[in-house]
Design a protein around this ligand. Structure first.
Ligand SMILES: [Cu+2]
Length: 120
């Protein structure tokens, strides 16, 4: 069968279209959760995520510098004053875990916690 110019174009474009489609799928597969940080709590205080599914937590400081640290998920970040900071991880174990503020932010710093429920 003779190749028409249109067929040739489709053959050339196929890998490009395929890559574009996969990139869209990858971008959508990372769940993103916005979390406000302010003296002296995170909002929401609790989140639920899925074991084995990558997640990005996007922290927004509403006032001073805060932070976030979790041994379970091996992440630590500083959240600049009124700024934004992200951490991405994939939970490997189901259970309830607690992440804490990693930057001293005042009298209630020690109670500033985010509870992360990981479900199967
Ligand atoms: Cu704090």
């Amino acid at each position: 069968m003779r190749r028409t110019p249109l067929m040739t174009l489709l053959v050339i474009m196929a890998p490009v279209l395929f890559l574009a489609a996969t990139n869209t799928i990858n971008a959508n597969s990372v769940q993103q959760i916005d979390i406000n940080a302010h003296r002296f709590s995170y909002e929401p205080k609790e989140i639920t995520i899925k074991k084995g599914h990558p997640v990005t937590l996007v922290f927004h400081s509403q006032d001073v510098s805060h932070g976030f640290v979790s041994e379970e998920f091996r992440v630590k970040t500083d959240i600049p004053k009124r700024g934004v900071s992200k951490v991405t991880f994939t939970p490997q174990n189901a259970g309830d875990f607690v992440g804490k503020c990693a930057h001293f932010c005042g009298a209630g710093h020690g109670e500033m916690q985010l509870t992360i429920h990981v479900v199967e």
